[in-house]
Write a protein that binds this ligand. Structure first.
Ligand SMILES: C[S@@+](CC[C@H](N)C(=O)[O-])C[C@H]1O[C@@H](n2cnc3c(N)ncnc32)[C@H](O)[C@@H]1O
Length: 185
């Protein structure tokens, strides 16, 4: 499947109807999601024929992209039942198989499961400090091949402390810089 085709399909996915701020429910847009999975497959061979787990799958974008790129089995895990219902509906609409698990990733014990690759856009830890690192530590334990994860760029920067000089402007949309990391356990 071509990158543009994948991006187009992911753009049709239904997202959170009632996003929960405490769970940091921000959907991964089709541009980033398609490039993440396309790179995982075409540069590293981490998707086609593999068992892929989507941690904090939300409405299923990353898991569905994995299935569309030929993953043998895709497991989506989330702590929000409403999101899992939307993910299930999205998978059905696109005729792809997703195994969905209602579970807190932090309590996950998937050792023994043969997971090759974990893909995730974890909570950045802005509401629950350290969530991103907790997701990562579980992902690295269960993946045998690789972990793809999005993280706020600012978490690796040394911040220059600037006192408040101007009134804060509220924008309709804000572009946030993120890094895509590939970890090899
Ligand atoms: C930033 S959203 C990403 C959603 C989706 N993966 C995507 O890429 O569009 C983070 C997701 O993690 C889920 N989540 C937050 N804390 C969780 C936890 N402890 N265990 C499982 N899922 C969690 C949220 O419900 C939400 O769906």
């Amino acid at each position: 499947m071509k990158l543009k085709q994948l991006e187009g399909i992911l753009g049709s996915i239904q997202q959170f109807s009632n996003p929960k701020l405490d769970l940091e429910q921000y959907p991964t847009g089709p541009h980033i999601a398609s490039r993440l999975l396309y790179t995982a497959e075409n540069t590293f061979g981490d998707v086609n024929g593999k068992v892929v787990a989507d941690f904090g799958c939300g409405c299923g974008t990353l898991g569905i992209a994995s299935a569309l790129l030929g993953a043998e089995n895709v497991i989506g895990i989330d702590v929000d039942l409403q999101a899992l219902e939307i993910a299930s509906q999205n998978a059905e609409n696109l005729e792809v198989d997703l195994d969905l698990i209602y579970c807190n990733v932090k309590n996950l014990s998937l050792r023994g499961y043969l997971i090759d690759t974990v893909v995730m856009n974890p909570p950045f830890g802005t509401r629950n400090k350290g969530s991103d690192m907790e997701f990562l530590s579980v992902a690295i334990k269960v993946a045998s091949q690789s972990v793809y994860s999005l993280h706020k760029t600012s978490t690796r920067e040394v911040r220059f402390d600037v006192p408040q000089l101007y009134q804060f402007h509220k924008k309709k949309t804000v572009d946030l810089a993120v890094d895509l990391w590939r970890f090899v356990p």
